[in-house]
Design a protein around this ligand. Structure first.
Ligand SMILES: CC(C)(COP(=O)(O)OP(=O)(O)OC[C@H]1O[C@@H](n2cnc3c(N)ncnc32)[C@H](O)[C@@H]1OP(=O)(O)O)[C@@H](O)C(=O)NCCC(=O)NCCS
Length: 184
């Protein structure tokens, strides 16, 4: 019996992706962004938003701003029904590859202190905690962990990306979990 494996495609965000992005945004974050934030990222040079599609369906997205030699990852989310299939990882890898191509040396982000799933993903790509911003999230008062990568232009970092890319190529899809909604 033939097994149909839907194809995951990661590509730059288009305006027509935004309604589906907003559905995921509302499922994933206690304080969702307004859709104007995504529209603002379209055709705006410092920004880069990537979207993961399976067939025509948006299953995840990630965004960043690259200014000078720094990349700031601003958002990353995967539809709860599609988690633990390395979609978030592929989006993060895609963003980091764009950042490196745009000559960024380091990437940074903020993540909720309780969001260990995201922190583990970021740690896989060399992000490490450099500071805690107390009460950073206004909706719950939760602390933010500020994470940075080491210099991404070094051979050591390129090796890390190559190794992770290789593992992704070999990875088999796993059974999706239910994925509880969490705060950004
Ligand atoms: C964080 C998020 C984007 C991860 O997406 P995902 O596609 O489910 O994650 P992946 O399958 O790519 O996981 C890659 C790695 O991240 C880590 N990870 C992801 N989810 C995890 C979980 N629930 N528990 C532990 N580790 C986890 C693991 O190290 C994993 O690698 P492994 O499978 O080889 O062990 C997703 O959980 C999500 O959308 N969460 C809600 C929104 C959010 O928190 N965004 C981040 C804001 S800073």
């Amino acid at each position: 019996m033939a097994i149909f494996m839907p194809q995951l495609v990661i590509e730059p965000m288009k305006a027509e992706d935004i309604p589906q992005i907003m559905e995921i945004e509302r499922m994933c974050f206690v304080t969702p962004w307004h859709e104007s934030s995504f529209h603002a990222g379209l055709n705006h040079q410092p920004a880069c938003y990537l979207v993961a599609h399976i067939d025509e369906r948006v299953v995840g997205y990630g965004g960043m701003w690259v200014i000078m030699d720094e990349a700031h990852i601003t958002t990353l989310a995967v539809h709860p029904a599609y988690r633990r299939q390395h979609i978030g990882e592929r989006l993060l890898l895609g963003l980091l590859e764009v950042a490196i191509a745009r000559r960024a040396r380091r990437a940074t982000l903020e993540v909720r202190a309780s969001n260990t799933a995201a922190q583990r993903l970021y740690a896989k790509y060399g992000f490490y905690a450099v500071a805690i911003r107390k009460g950073y999230y206004a909706d719950t008062g939760e602390d933010a962990v500020i994470m940075w990568t080491p210099d991404m232009q070094t051979p050591e970092y390129q090796l890390l990306l190559r190794a992770n890319r290789w593992k992704l190529l070999r990875a088999e899809p796993e059974t999706p979990d239910d994925g509880a909604s969490i705060s950004r």
